[in-house]
Design a protein around this ligand. Sequence first.
Ligand code: SAM
Length: 326
Amino acid sequence: FGAGGGYGEQEGYSEERNSARRVADHYSARSNQTLEERENSPIIYLKKLNNWIKSVLVQLYARPGDCVLDLACGKGGDLIKWDKAKVGYYVGVDIAEGSIKDCMTRYNGDSDQQRRKKFSFPARLICADCYETRLDEYLCEDAPFDICSCQFAIHYSWSTEARARQALANISALLRPGGTFIGTMPDANVIIKRLRETEGMEFGNSVYSITFGEEYTEKKFPASRPFGIKYKFHLEDAVDCPEWVVPFHLFKLLAEEHDLELVLMKNFHEFVHEYMQRPEFLDLMRRLGPLGDGRSGQSTLSQDEWEASYLYLAFVLRKRGPPPSQ
Ligand code: SAM
């Protein structure tokens, strides 16, 4: 997997831009839910589980005073997690204008959802395509960052090799040596296994569905074309847009080419089992509620939500080089 290696023809440039726009429009159009709508969501416990996983990653890897880069930050759902970690500065970037506006509202603390004190760190929010734009040109005055986070979004870069490379080049250029990149994304091994087990081109349950196009009827994915493997993802009350398979071993290799070394990769099920063993995270799980606290009558994650969570993995990478001396 050599630098700049060719992988055959990619999607045409304009088709590629259309796909990125469809993703942006989809997320832009999703308005902020009220607290009541959120609590009535069919995937409320899955959302809580996802928040628990992101909180664990933040608590494990962020340090007080850290300078944070949140790529594909969405509506700023993780701002509170960074606040609890007492970070010093936050930059959020997202392609969806509507999400950046919602994120700004949340940061300013004047939304209905969030009657709380203002955040303790200064922040900068930018609307940009993180996988197309050279972010180091925009963020030269903010860099270097101690930690970069990309939650449920790096797979949108895998539509072409050029975009996947730009994503990792941005992260590598903006992180300090020894800095950390944390993230979550679909687990390609699980998705491809499920596709092969199913008769048709679609699988899922009551909360999600994944549909591959006819071009993949043979269910073969040649190593020579690891980018642009598109499927349609539907997650009840959350997502309805094209996504791309990220073969993890290639993600790891491409990351290494960009001086980012793998520290951790765990499917969500393994992640939950492992970190639930730690009292502080078990306590957080009880407070957030996704798996209940064992008391009778308390509702909890449905089997279908638990199955949907198996579609994802968490990863941690570290930028090569010694941290700067204090
Ligand atoms: N990270 C947030 C979270 O965990 O709540 C949002 C996750 S949401 C599933 C995916 C986000 O990726 C959306 O906000 C979407 O607009 C963003 N996104 C997709 N493609 C992007 C791109 N090319 N550049 C920047 N953001 C992108």
